[in-house]
Design a protein. Structure first.
Length: 161
């Protein structure tokens, strides 16, 4: 009978120890292991170069320059058409009726703004200036401008004087 009480005391003590040990504030405020704040992720010139490559890679997504933008140039200029025999893709662009429920439109928008975020992270980095860093930041400015240009080109409301 005495041994049963010992086990109960040990179990209660162990549970109390686990509860108090797991409630530290530092335990709750951990960053995900795959996420770093931009100031830590872009701390060196090599980090900026890798981020710039990621920004260029963002331009080639399927709903951006990987397929949509080249197709839309011909589609909106009536050099191509949407047929009933194809999948019905780009019908909203063809009719100039953009709808957030259309996956191609949402993909275009998301790809452009994700790339703008990548370029802004490079531009706002605190890496000391050098010829390479200035080159990377200049390319990031160009990528950001290209993204804004295409967003305005396809989503701006036409203003007629």
């Amino acid at each position: 009978m005495l041994t049963v009480n010992k086990y109960k005391i040990i179990i209660v003590f162990t549970m109390a120890l686990m509860v108090f040990a797991s409630c530290k504030k530092s335990f709750l405020e951990k960053l995900p292991p795959t996420a770093l704040p931009p100031d830590q992720a872009l701390a060196t010139e090599a980090d900026l170069q890798a981020a710039l490559r990621g920004a260029y890679a963002g331009l080639r997504t399927v709903d951006y320059f990987g397929r949509t933008v080249p197709v839309l140039g011909d589609l909106l200029a009536d050099n191509a058409y949407v047929s009933l025999t194809n999948s019905g893709r780009y019908t909203a662009f063809n009719n100039y009726t953009y709808n957030v429920a259309d996956g191609n439109i949402t993909g275009f928008w998301r790809a452009a703004y994700t790339d703008i975020l990548r370029a802004n992270n490079i531009i706002n980095s605190t890496v000391a200036a050098s010829p390479n860093v200035n080159q990377y930041k200049g390319e990031a400015y160009a990528i950001r401008a290209l993204n804004y240009f295409y967003l305005v080109r396809f989503f701006c409301e036409a203003i007629y004087g």
